[in-house]
Each structure stands twice: as C-alpha cells, then as structure tokens.
Design a protein around this ligand. Structure first.
Ligand SMILES: *[C@@H]1O[C@H](CO)[C@@H](O)[C@H](O)[C@H]1NC(C)=O
Ligand SMILES: *[C@@H]1O[C@H](CO)[C@@H](O)[C@H](O)[C@H]1NC(C)=O
Ligand SMILES: *[C@@H]1O[C@H](CO)[C@@H](O)[C@H](O)[C@H]1NC(C)=O
Length: 789
C-alpha cells in the first residue's frame, strides 16, 4: 500500500470529527428481532393513534404524525441517524444502508454476524451490465431485497438502501467505474429502472425496500490531479445535461419509480447540487415527479459549508439545502443547525414539515408504521445465501463475462487436451478482489484457481506479488510452469488498490510489470495462453490483442463470489460467452489531451479535444462499446416487410405543421427538426422483426444492439444506442426478435439550448452488420402515423 496521501489524512480527520459529533447524539437502540419500529400492537398508548392505522390513507397518517411532533423532535429526524420519539412509541432509525450488488455493510444500518454471517455477493455492476439482460438485472434486485427484508426482520439491517449508482461512466479513469452500468445513458437508465423495480417490488404503492439513485449529478470524478469531488465544480452545458447526465436519473424516477434520489458532493455550474432548487425541487420533484425523498451524500451539506464556503453561516447552509428540496441529510449537519435556522427566520417550520412528509411517507409505504402486520414477515435466515440465490450469482457472472479475443480459435479449452493448466497472476487466487467495492460479506467464494481446478490439474504461480507488480522476482517460476502445462491461464488486471472510491487512475495500462510478465509467459508457454482480466474500468491491452502468442482474452470485470467458477465455465465452454462491453476500451493515447475535469461530451477538433464515449469519440480504440465474441456464429436479417422506411410524426393539436418553427439555427448549421414537446409521442414508434440465426454448433445468447445515426449535424451524436434485446438461440436454430424504437425518446437529439428535437430526414439504423434507413417527416393533419412503403 502507498503511504497515506494528504487527501486521505484529511478524510480521516473529517471522519473522526463526524464520529465525535455523532457521539453527542444518543445512538438509536438496535431494533430487536420481531419488535416493531413504531405502532407496536402491545403499546396501548399509541396503537390506536391515527398515524398507526394502516387502513387510513398514507397522507392522512403522515399529517397526523407530523402534527404531534415538536420542532425539536422534527429536526432530529432530518438526518440518517434519526432519533427515537419515545413518547409516541417511535424507535430510532438508521437510514443509511447499501445494496449495490448484494446486501452490504458499508452503511451503518446493516451488520453481519449471528444468524446472518453473510449475503449473496453478486458481480460488481459493470459486469452485470455487460449481460445486457434487463430481466437478469431485475431478478438480482428481487433476490437482494429478499435478503435485505430477511435481515431487517432479524434486526440487523435497514429498509432504505442507497443504491444503485447511476452516474454515466464519462471518463475511463474514474475509480468508481466498476459501480456503474457503463457509458451509455440509456443502458444506465434501463439498468437503474430494472434493478430498482427488483428491489422495491411490485405491490402498488407499497415498498419492499426503498432504493436510491445516486449521485445527482455530473459527478464522475473522485480524486484526479489534485482535484477532489468535495471541491469540484463541474461545468456542464444544457445540452450535455439533457442528453447525458440527466438521462439515467430521469429514467430511474419516471420508469423505475425509485423512492429516493441522492444529490452529490460536487457543484454543478457553481452551485452545490444539494443546495440547488433547480436540480432538486424543479427537476427531480417537479418535472420528474419523484414520489420519495431526496438525500444528501454523506455530509454533503457540511462539505458545501465547511469546504466550499458556499454560505457564510451553517444556518444558511441548512436553510439553503432544505429550501432547495433536500429532505434528509446523511450526516449530523441538519440536526445541529436547522432549529437555529428557523429561529433566525432563514427557514420556516413548514419547510421542515415538507421534508419530513417525504421521508415519513416512504417509511409508511415500507410498512414501518404498521406494527407487526408488515409484509415479507416470513423471510428469515434461510432466505439469505440460499442455493437458488447463490446460483443466480454464478449465472450473473457467466452472463457478464466478455470474450474479447479468440485467435485460432484457442477457446474453449477441452478437458481431454488440456489436462494440466498453469494458473498464473496476482488475481489468480483472489476472493475479495472479485466482489469489488460497496460489497458485503459473501456467502463463500470460488476463486479462479478453484474454479479451474475442477476442470484440470493446476500448477499455481503468482507471477507478481500483487497487482502493482513492482518487480520480476516471481516471473521465472511462472514462466517455468507455462512451459510444462498443456495450457496457461493468466489472471491479471486491477483491484481496489488501483481503482476505488477516492482513487481515480492516472492511466489505462496494466500496472507495473504485468504486461512484461504476460508477454514473457506467452512467449514461453507450451500450449495456448489465455488472458483473463479483472477490472472495473477499461484497460489498454493493445499489446495482448496484437500478440499472436496470446490466443484468447476474457474480461470478467469483478465477477462476484462465484467469479472463479464462472470464468472456468466460460474457458471450458460449459457456457458460451454472450457479454458485451458496456464501455469503450480506449488506447492510452486517448488521455493525452483530456483533463478529467472537462465535462464536455462532444469533441472539439479545433482544441484537439477528443470527445467522450462511443457517441462522440470517433478515434481509434482497443475494443469498441458493444464488443463481445461468442463460440458460435449468429447471422442477422430483418424479416421481410416488417420495417418501415418512412414514418410520419404526428403533431399535437396545438401545433399545425405549417406553424411549427422546425428550423433551429445552431451556428451555421440549419436543420429541420420537430420539438419533442410538439409531437404526439405516444403514437409514434418504429418497430420491426429481426431474425437471429445461430449457424454454429453451440447454443448461445446474442445481444442485439440497435444503434442509430441521425441526419448529420455537428451537435448530434454520430451514433447512439436506440434499443437492445438479448435472445437465446440453440445451435442451428433461429429466433425472431421484435425491436421497438420509441421515436421521441430514442431518435431525438438535443440542441445546444438543451431542447430535444426529432430531426426530420434519414436515420440510419445499425443492427450488427445490417443497416436500415428510416426517413422521418412531419405527418399531415390527416393523422397519418406510420407510412410503410
Ligand atoms: C519485489 O516486490 C515484492 C512485493 O512488492 C517485495 O516484497 C520484494 O521485496 C521485492 N523484491 C525485490 C528484489 O525488490
Ligand atoms: C425559430 O427557432 C430559432 C432557434 O430557436 C430562433 O432563432 C428563431 O427566431 C425562431 N423563428 C421563429 C419564426 O420563431
Ligand atoms: C436473462 O437472464 C435471465 C435470468 O437469469 C435468464 O433466465 C435468461 O435466460 C437470460 N436471457 C438470455 C437471453 O440469456
């Protein structure tokens, strides 16, 4: 480990301070198993109060409860460690729990031990995203919330989980790339909505657990070149906000119906996000209609007062945050300063009430005021780490693994021909590395060495002492092993010492001597050399891609508790890999002219600025977004007569085509487009059928990615993902997949003023190697919808 940097020392001081301040509060008593949070049916004094009556409408119960609280009691409920109100039979509650890819003990609300020694640890999100399988994402959410409810019933977990992380992966160096579903805003949004639905359940307005989409917004920077997230002011254009940063959050709130959104530490255009009424009140709650609460990142309010000096007194900071729309503070700040803010007239008690309405409503929807009558009461220890849950962790890892290269082909290995394996590398026998950050305690692990050991006899050599691979002391033994074995598997890559929260990467190459070890082993090995990479962010492995001695390259991300079993199943062909990269794998040179602090998504050729993600960057890459090979071959075709070539866009009643200003003048570029707000969006989509034929002799899943190139303008992405579907096709069989493209959402582009418009003219749809053109034009007032020709 490196010596602690000044930033880490500062952070430790901050944490110490927080612990001291928290110590001033009475800690909430941990709920005992089976005892209710409030409205205990044995408590005669409270059980008949209106707020305890499950038959009354939630809003009436919330109003009744707030009417009984004093201001002093209320302000102590504005923070994650909410105090009890004993005279009303309400216990303390710790709001902060995490469940990014399994129930986690990163937040203080959840603890392992006793009846709950661990929980199912799914692959890190970037791996699960690579499956491009939305039903898998929802299934994982269902399992995680079963385990969370079981642990809540056992008194060791909360019901409010501050997951998922839905920041778009804008820069490949971000230490938290691993937590995200990648770089495409709509994939991130679809992941968010699916995972949130899995977590929150499907029981009307009631919540199984409450999820939280974070960190709003423009947040993907931890600590780069002397700039940290606590001081970073992200300068974001209206255009990038609308078509990149907002997209996943909007989908999470509107489609996923998430119960919470978290604002971030950084400023956006000079205003801390947790103090910005435009972001919180106007956008999240107003435009998107959040039914839930807005929470700060941990001590965000303290950060914008103490470190950003955004206000001159702490009371102003508290008032600004609550008036902007913040409902809950992770950290003590609002409990300490809100009462005085009211006394000074900076804040009204009704503002505090409005915040509490949002948090208490979520608690009511969770059943926390229903006494013992809660749903999900049957869930207990037997439902955590159960065999089907652990099977799903393996399944998720298998579905997320991406085959990057298969020269020869060298893969899959065969148990007949490859009886001995040299298993080499700093990640070859790891456990914790496989679960990445924001993890819990796993049920158990299968390391790569163990997984491969069930298919062949193994000769294990570390090769490097750790991923930093500071010297070549261990190279000789590794090279010798590869000379003896029938095949060599190198398990290399990164871990939390290279990429993590607080730690962005400086470059994209493998650390230390890893590259050298891989090349030397490949040159010496008797049999095929296979490279398995663990990492969250992309790695520039051009050298291995170009080395003919390296037969296969597989990316496993951080594959979770069953990662080693999944890797072995893929290498030996028990399952056919079907994962696709959810992010671009750039070359190291890409970073040459690219400050991590530059938020612009679009390229700027005059300044040598390359642009970000596959939507705006056109230069050379190691592997593109969506790359992923299979052991079989799929051939695609559009089913005859199903795809329209001309589509009319119906206009709303208030705008006739002739009255519409379809000309947006952007620089010198004049385009014809219809504002999305002027179109009858529910009536217009482009649908067609794609036949997927598996012409190989192995069963497999294929991910159909449909990308669109809009009519050219310099401000539109040169392509963007407009639909994806995953389909399983047995060998020599064919499956038909219906593709439906929502024109307003997917074929629209955003102009420089942040206005979403549907460009008229030819949109080219790319489906694998296929291309199909659709021409969009304003429909006549006769109500012409889709014209087929
Ligand atoms: C090689 O690196 C390892 C791990 O960093 C270290 O323990 C060892 O002392 C180093 N050996 C030499 C010869 O530098
Ligand atoms: C049409 O829109 C452009 C760009 O928003 C604006 O500059 C122009 O004045 C508008 N024209 C009319 C007739 O409203
Ligand atoms: C998607 O995931 C689900 C859940 O694991 C699985 O049942 C289904 O087969 C997967 N779909 C494809 C096409 O692989």
């Amino acid at each position: 480990m490196a010596a602690p940097t000044p930033a880490i020392i500062k952070l430790c001081r901050l944490l110490l301070l927080l612990v001291l301040v928290w110590g001033l509060f009475e800690q909430p008593k941990t709920c005992e198993a089976g005892k209710s949070f409030a409205c205990n049916p044995k408590d005669a004094a409270t059980k008949d109060l209106p707020f305890c009556r499950a038959t009354l409408p939630v809003q009436d119960r919330v109003r009744d409860l707030l009417g009984r609280l004093t201001l002093q009691e209320k302000v102590k409920l504005l923070v994650n460690t909410a105090l009890p109100v004993p005279r009303l039979g309400i216990k303390g509650y710790e709001w902060w729990s995490e469940a990014l890819h399994g129930v986690s003990n990163v937040g203080p609300g959840t603890k392992f031990g006793g009846d709950f020694p661990g929980a199912t640890s799914f692959p890190q999100v970037i791996t699960t995203a690579a499956s491009f399988n939305a039903s898998l994402w929802e299934a994982i959410g269902r399992v995680v919330s079963d385990e969370a409810r079981a642990m809540y019933n056992g008194g060791v977990a909360g019901l409010t989980y501050w997951s998922p992380n839905v920041n778009v992966l804008r820069d490949p160096r971000w230490g938290r790339a691993q937590e995200t579903p990648g770089e495409d805003p709509t994939v991130v949004g679809r992941y968010a909505a699916s995972y949130v639905r899995g977590l929150q359940g499907n029981d009307g307005n009631r919540l199984k657990v409450a999820a939280c989409c974070k960190h709003f917004t423009a947040y993907d920077l931890d600590n780069w070149n002397g700039v940290d997230r606590f001081h970073f002011n992200a300068r974001v254009s209206k255009q990038d906000m609308e078509d990149t940063f907002d997209v996943p959050f909007r989908m999470c709130v509107k489609e996923g119906k998430v119960a919470s959104v978290m604002c971030s530490y950084n400023q956006v255009n000079g205003v801390p996000t947790c103090a910005d009424p435009n972001l919180l009140k106007k956008t999240i709650r107003g435009a998107w209609r959040l039914d839930g609460y807005i929470v700060s990142d941990c001590d965000s309010v303290g950060v914008f007062y103490n470190r950003q000096h955004y206000t001159s007194t702490p009371e102003e900071a508290a008032a600004d945050a609550i008036k902007a729309g913040l409902d809950l503070d992770c950290g003590p700040f609002l409990a300490v300063h809100s009462e005085e803010a009211v006394n000074k007239g900076l804040l009204k008690e009704v503002d505090v009430n409005n915040a509490l309405v949002n948090t208490v409503t979520v608690q009511m929807r969770l059943g926390m005021f229903d006494g013992d009558r809660g749903s999900y009461a049957r869930l207990g220890p037997k439902d955590v780490c159960s065999p089907p849950h652990q099977d799903l962790a393996l399944e998720a890892a298998v579905q997320g693994i991406v085959l990057l290269k298969n020269h020869g082909p060298s893969l899959p290995l065969s148990t007949h021909r490859h009886r001995t394996l040299a298993v080499i590398g700093p990640n070859s026998d790891v456990t914790l590395t496989m679960i990445g950050n924001y993890a819990g305690v796993a049920c158990g692990y299968t390391s790569p060495l163990q997984g491969l050991g069930s298919f062949a006899s193994t000769i294990h050599r570390w090769g490097c002492a750790d991923v930093a691979c500071a010297n070549n002391t261990l190279f000789g033994a590794a090279i010798d092993a590869s000379r003896e074995a029938d095949a060599t598997v190198l398990v290399m890559g990164l871990d939390q010492s290279i990429e993590a929260e607080f730690r962005d990467r400086a470059g994209l190459l493998l650390p230390g001597g890893q590259q050298d070890l891989i090349s030397k082993v490949a040159a010496a090995s008797k049999g095929p050399t296979l490279l398995v990479l663990m990492s969250g962010g992309p790695v520039d492995v051009s050298f291995a891609n170009n080395d003919p001695r390296i037969g296969g390259i597989v990316w496993a991300g951080y594959p979770g508790q069953a990662g080693g079993a999944a890797i072995a199943r893929v290498l030996f062909g028990i399952t056919n890999p079907g994962g696709k990269l959810p992010m671009t794998w750039y070359q190291e040179e890409y970073l040459k002219n690219l400050a991590m602090t530059s938020m612009d998504m679009r390229s700027n050729p005059s300044k040598g600025y390359p642009g970000r993600t596959y939507r705006f960057y056109k230069g050379p890459v190691v592997y593109p977004f969506g790359h992923g090979l299979s052991y079989t071959k799929f051939i695609l075709s559009i089913a005859a007569g199903t795809a329209p070539t001309v589509v009319g866009i119906p206009l709303d009643g208030r705008h006739r085509a002739s009255q519409i200003n379809t000309t947006a003048t952007v620089d010198s570029d004049t385009v014809k487009a219809i504002r999305v707000t002027h179109a009858k969006c529910s009536r217009v989509s482009v649908s067609f059928d794609v036949d997927v034929r598996n012409v190989g002799n192995r069963d497999g899943s294929h991910t159909l990615l449909v990308l669109s190139t809009p009519p050219p303008q310099d401000w539109a992405p040169h392509k963007q993902l407009v639909a994806f579907e995953k389909v399983y096709v047995p060998a020599r069989a064919q499956r038909r997949v219906r593709i439906k493209i929502h024109v307003c959402k997917s074929l629209s582009v955003v102009d420089r003023f942040g206005i979403r418009r549907i460009p008229m003219g030819q949109h080219n749809l790319h489906i694998g190697d296929l291309m199909h053109s659709v021409s969009l034009k304003p429909a006549t007032s006769l109500g012409l919808g889709v014209i087929k020709s």
